[in-house]
Design a protein around this ligand. Structure first.
Ligand SMILES: O=P(O)(O)O[C@H]1O[C@H](CO)[C@@H](O)[C@H]1O
Ligand SMILES: O=c1cc[nH]c(=O)[nH]1
Length: 236
């Protein structure tokens, strides 16, 4: 059994998965932190791995950029492979002055300019929210670290390059902490399929202060977030 986008065998995935847009970030995480690691899928270069972290089975996989791509992987993992617990480790852009490059944002909920959750939810506005138990477990982990983190709303955008920069002023006024592209989809699919989901995002761009990490740093400078995700993951 495989799906159009995942060529893993039944049982290849753990119940708990850590995912990022970049499949090479997934590979780096798997090779750095997992023992007995095995590549379980590679369709279209979207790599997935399963191994052990502190004796617990954990999978790591890419999901591509944007909600349409990511939704394909979330859906197939939830419906065909029985994955139940999802933690996204992403990058994001900050839009307010009290958040700095490399800070960590824990996405309690996701606002969006995307219509995908309205397609899913009778054209109504779904409150796309994190699983409370996972959020709470993650905060307990974070309290044992020195990481600068903030918990709140992210904005999942269909556009990486937004034509009107004034939009960010309004988002900041409403308390949006960071802008990324997939959490709205992850939280809605988790609700639909009775899964747990949580997203962490490291600030790789300060959009309004015009500061950016390089492409390489977006893969290699996210270890603090990854360690928090792994320590949270093994509690489920
Ligand atoms: O770093 P990842 O996980 O890919 O997440 C963010 O980075 C990508 C854009 O550069 C989008 O996928 C966005 O959500
Ligand atoms: O979606 C994203 C991801 C990283 N940085 C951004 O500015 N936007």
């Amino acid at each position: 059994m495989s799906t159009p986008h995942i060529n893993a065998n039944p049982g290849d995935f753990a119940k708990t998965i850590i995912m990022s847009g970049d499949p090479l970030r997934a590979k780096l995480i798997a090779e750095t932190y997992l023992e007995d690691v095995k590549e379980v899928t590679n369709v279209r270069g979207i790599l997935g791995f399963t191994g052990k972290y502190k004796s617990k089975d954990i999978s790591i996989m890419g999901h591509g950029m944007g909600a349409p791509s990511a939704s394909i992987y979330f859906h197939e993992l939830m419906t065909t492979y029985g994955v139940k617990n999802f933690i996204r480790v992403g990058s994001c852009g900050a839009i307010s002055d009290n958040i700095q490059l490399k800070d960590l944002i824990v996405a309690m909920g996701a606002s969006t300019d995307s219509k995908i959750n309205r397609i899913r939810f009778l054209d109504h506005d779904l409150a796309a929210i994190a699983n409370f138990d996972m959020l709470q477990a993650c905060i307990e982990v974070l309290k044992t670290t020195t990481i600068n983190y903030k918990v709140g709303n992210v904005f999942s955008s269909d556009l990486f390059y937004r034509p009107n920069e004034n939009d960010y002023t309004l988002m900041a006024k409403y308390g949006v902490l960071g802008v990324e592209m997939e959490v709205n989809a992850l939280y809605a699919l988790a609700a639909e399929h009775q899964c747990r989901a949580l997203a962490l995002c490291t600030v790789t761009d300060h959009i309004t202060q015009h500061e950016h990490l390089t492409a390489d740093e977006r893969r290699t400078d996210l270890h603090e977030m990854v360690k928090v995700a792994l320590e949270t993951a093994i509690k489920f």
